[in-house]
Design a protein around this ligand. Structure first.
Ligand SMILES: [Zn+2]
Ligand SMILES: [Zn+2]
Length: 126
């Protein structure tokens, strides 16, 4: 199936990132590839401590918060794909808009779905 928005890649990355330790833990296990230094006139900079190959992972971090912007087009709350209509598909548990049944169990939606239900936050097209 064609995946023009690379949703599969995004979920693969999400799953990968969830298995990785935060940067300060990686730094303890691996030889540090970079350091933070103050360089005039730029300020704080990330400085490579050795040659770094193109595409090489230098650190992995987890976002504090993820989600759509406060003002956005109608999108799936799981994969952020643009939706054609409010009722294209609604989560069978919380009622919030998603693109498909598959997105009920993907990404971070299962976590926010529990919160929506616990707090009784209702979806509204307004
Ligand atoms: Zn989706
Ligand atoms: Zn839900």
């Amino acid at each position: 199936m064609e995946d023009p928005h690379q949703v599969t890649v995004m979920y693969d990355w999400f799953q990968y990132s969830m298995t990785k330790a935060p940067p300060h833990v990686i730094d303890q296990k691996e030889k540090r590839k970079w350091n933070i230094q103050y360089v005039e006139p730029y300020g704080r900079c990330t400085i490579a401590l050795r040659d770094i190959a193109e595409g090489e992972v230098i650190f992995v971090d987890h976002p504090i918060v993820t989600g759509p912007k406060q003002t956005t087009d109608l999108i799936c709350l799981s994969c952020y794909r643009q939706l054609d209509s409010w009722d294209q598909y609604q989560c069978s548990k919380c009622g919030w808009p998603l693109c498909s049944k598959e997105c009920e169990g993907r990404g971070h939606h299962p976590m926010e779905c529990k919160i929506f239900r616990r707090l009784r936050v209702q979806a509204s097209p307004e």
